[in-house]
Design a protein around this ligand. Structure first.
Ligand SMILES: O=C(O)CC1=CCC(=O)O1
Length: 269
């Protein structure tokens, strides 16, 4: 296990492969998850790419840090981690709020970002009303009180079968996040809007979405792809909000095809 002190926050991270020798893909997570969600993608990519995984503040084994925290704070944490690892021009793959963090990282530190994989994310996610309602529910009754509603957005009915032990495992992952970290991330998402910034993205970008995503539906992700100059757009079948868990093979194939199509030199490839 690896830990680093970044911006006064202990960040839990993992590096697979040698960043100096291989193109680097950095994965940044969704709300209510830790970096273990990427496992089935990482095992397929390891060897060809160096991989950086980390738990954003308020999640997994990372500290919650000072409150409140913003998407910009999360991006500054990720910049600190990449600086620590001497990584520049990385392929940044952000899932959901991780995609907001990726967009913010590009805005603040374009030297760190060679390409963007925006997975089940958007330039703006949800409304202030929906986030305030979720924050109030979690503050009053805990994360467990919303788990069924959230799982309907994360996973298709086929995955949510009671006999699927992976499904119960991911319910555990959600409910075991620190409440104050979860609420802080909801506030950060509520307050983030990259509608203008997305138009200025000038690195190769792909927007990917599950066809049954209940949190960032395909039409929303398509609207983000249309804001970003020359962005590509791919839909994954039989998949909701977390394709790295539900359709890792399909997601990996899209990532590989995208990275293969980028001219050498655009990233650290
Ligand atoms: O919990 C959800 O609704 C899914 C989600 C929204 C932002 C994020 O990171 O995950």
């Amino acid at each position: 296990m690896q830990f680093a002190r970044i911006n006064d926050v202990t960040i839990h991270y993992q590096v697979i492969g040698a960043p100096a020798d291989r193109p680097v893909i950095v994965f940044t997570n969704s709300l209510g998850t830790d970096f273990r969600i990427w496992r089935d993608v990482v095992v397929r990519l390891a060897g060809d790419y160096a991989i950086v995984l980390y738990d954003k503040r308020g999640h997994g084994l990372s500290d919650v840090g000072q409150l409140p925290s913003s998407i910009e704070d999360h991006a500054t944490d990720l910049a600190g981690l990449l600086d620590l690892l001497s990584v520049k021009n990385a392929v940044v793959c952000g899932l959901s709020v991780g995609g907001l963090i990726a967009q913010s990282l590009y805005q603040r530190r374009p030297d760190l970002v060679g390409a963007l994989i925006l997975c089940d994310t958007a330039h703006k996610i949800g409304t202030a009303e929906s986030w305030n309602a979720r924050i109030a529910a979690v503050a009053k009754n805990g994360i467990a009180s919303i788990v069924d509603a959230i799982m309907e957005r994360w996973f298709t009915p086929a995955f949510r079968r009671p006999e699927n032990t992976a499904y119960s495992g991911y319910c555990n992952m959600l409910t075991r996040q620190p409440v104050e970290g979860y609420i802080a991330a909801c506030e950060a998402i509520r307050d983030a809007d990259f509608s203008e910034a997305a138009k200025a993205i000038a690195v190769p970008t792909i927007c990917i979405v599950g066809d049954q995503d209940g949190s960032t539906p395909p039409d929303l992700v398509l609207s983000t792809a249309r804001l970003i100059p020359d962005a590509r757009y791919e839909v994954i079948a039989d998949c909701a909000h977390i394709p790295c868990v539900e359709q890792p093979e399909a997601l990996t194939a899209i990532i590989r095809a995208f990275l293969t199509s980028i001219p050498p030199g655009d990233t650290n490839r």
